[in-house]
Design a protein around this ligand. Structure first.
Ligand SMILES: [Mn+2]
Length: 424
């Protein structure tokens, strides 16, 4: 499924007048509009291969129609998203859910859709068919070296697939932990995990990064072996310069100050990647910006400030990815909404009067600090983000065009009603 260029142009010309009016009105009050638009056009967010189908809850999964049945169809779906917004130019693969059968063909297909391969994701949180040892009691933390070795070997295999595809990073998320007090020694679990990670680290090619993702808890957990940013930072500091902490927005305890975490990790040069989603309670994997858009803006404000302080390129300095699950929405529409919300938070952060904020902070002018931040947050930046899309030959309104072109109906026509994408 590919969108024709004229279809995007027709859509854009219908909206041209109203868009132009809104954009010009907004641009009058913004300093450095062209610079902001250039940054927005460069910023790309990787789409995870597992977010293209309907996700499951702990109890059920209600699959939608026309879901991708293979890695090729997943790449095609992200290609459609990228055509619509020109901001989703990367795919993040999960092994073993998405093992490429023909590496060369997979690379060619991705290139045809303008996509590169972002971080590779390993999986030691499930037992796979034919697997010798079970991860029931953990993987890298396991008391049995043979289980740990299996987890290490798997991660090294994932790196090899990544090398072949042109990826340059590995994300490790472990569901290791315990369900009951006394079940494991915290110290031994940490030491075993560190030793396992060290073996994976040793297998990283030059230029590669390893991201250690943390998560506060699973619903049945008593302890988590990589439970918060402190534990992740401890692992990544001990591992070495290629190891970084990855922040997944949904992996914190309620009310955690994520923007502060982000700021300090950046200060230490240890923030590597980001997983976007939103939640009301914990790890709900909802659409980015759908519940707490102000928090998303505050996080971006710290990201931009921290990256600028270190002279990092916003687009390439960190790994940007969505990690979400779609239970009631069309996954592709949901991903378009997530990308839009991320771009808006980024655009708002670029509007912040950083010099004024710094002055106000040093003068203890708390009111002024709030005025500056909220002025940026309350600016309707949608025309700015749409202008960036327009200039990149994407759609002024991606969700509207997705519906106008009846893309889901066409995918159902091609793939059928009863399709289930691989993943959770
Ligand atoms: Mn994640």
């Amino acid at each position: 499924m590919k969108i024709e260029r004229y279809q995007i142009e027709e859509h854009n010309s219908k909206l041209a007048q109203s868009h132009q009016r809104k954009f010009e009105f907004l641009a009058q009050d913004i300093k450095g509009t062209e610079d902001i638009i250039a940054k927005l056009m460069k910023f790309q967010i990787a789409i995870p291969s597992w977010a293209l189908g309907t996700g499951g809850t702990r109890f059920a999964r209600f699959s939608g129609g026309g879901e991708p049945r293979s890695l090729e169809e997943k790449i095609e779906d992200i290609g459609v998203l990228h055509q619509l917004n020109q901001s989703s130019g990367a795919i993040s693969l999960h092994i073993p859910w998405d093992i490429p059968e023909n590496i060369q063909a997979t690379k060619v297909l991705a290139a045809q859709h303008g996509l590169r391969f972002d971080a590779m994701n390993s999986n030691t949180f499930q037992d796979q068919p034919g697997q010798k040892k079970s991860y029931k009691f953990g993987s890298m933390q396991h008391v049995d070296k043979a289980v740990r070795q299996q987890a290490i070997d798997h991660n090294i295999e994932v790196i090899k697939y990544g090398v072949d595809l042109g990826s340059e990073s590995l994300t490790v998320w472990l569901a290791d932990g315990s369900c009951f007090p006394g079940q494991l020694s915290f110290k031994r679990a940490f030491e075993n995990t560190l030793e396992s990670l060290q073996e994976v680290y040793a297998a990283l090619p030059e230029k590669w990064k390893i991201f250690v993702e943390y998560k506060a808890f699973e619903p049945n957990f008593y302890s988590t072996t990589v439970g918060d940013w402190g534990q992740s930072l401890l692992y990544t500091s001990k591992l070495g310069p290629k190891a970084y902490t990855l922040v997944d927005l949904g992996h914190h305890l309620p009310n955690a100050n994520i923007e502060q975490i982000v700021s300090l990790l950046l200060m230490e040069g240890k923030l590597g990647g980001f997983h976007f989603n939103d939640s009301k309670y914990g790890d709900d994997d909802l659409t980015a910006g759908s519940v707490k858009p102000y928090q998303l803006f505050l996080i971006f404000n710290e990201l931009v400030a921290g990256m600028d302080a270190k002279g990092m390129d916003h687009a390439t300095g960190l790994g940007w990815m969505i990690d979400a699950s779609h239970n009631v929405k069309d996954p592709l529409e949901d991903l378009l909404q997530s990308v839009e919300a991320i771009m808006m938070a980024y655009a708002q952060a670029l509007l912040v009067d950083t010099l004024g904020l710094e002055e106000a902070r040093l003068a203890n002018d708390v009111v002024r600090c709030q005025e500056i931040l909220q002025h940026a947050f309350r600016t309707d930046v949608r025309p700015l983000v749409a202008e960036a899309r327009l200039r990149a030959n994407a759609a002024v309104n991606p969700v509207a065009l997705f519906r106008e072109l009846q893309i889901r109906e066409k995918l159902i026509g091609e793939r059928g009603f009863k399709t289930v994408a691989t993943g959770l």
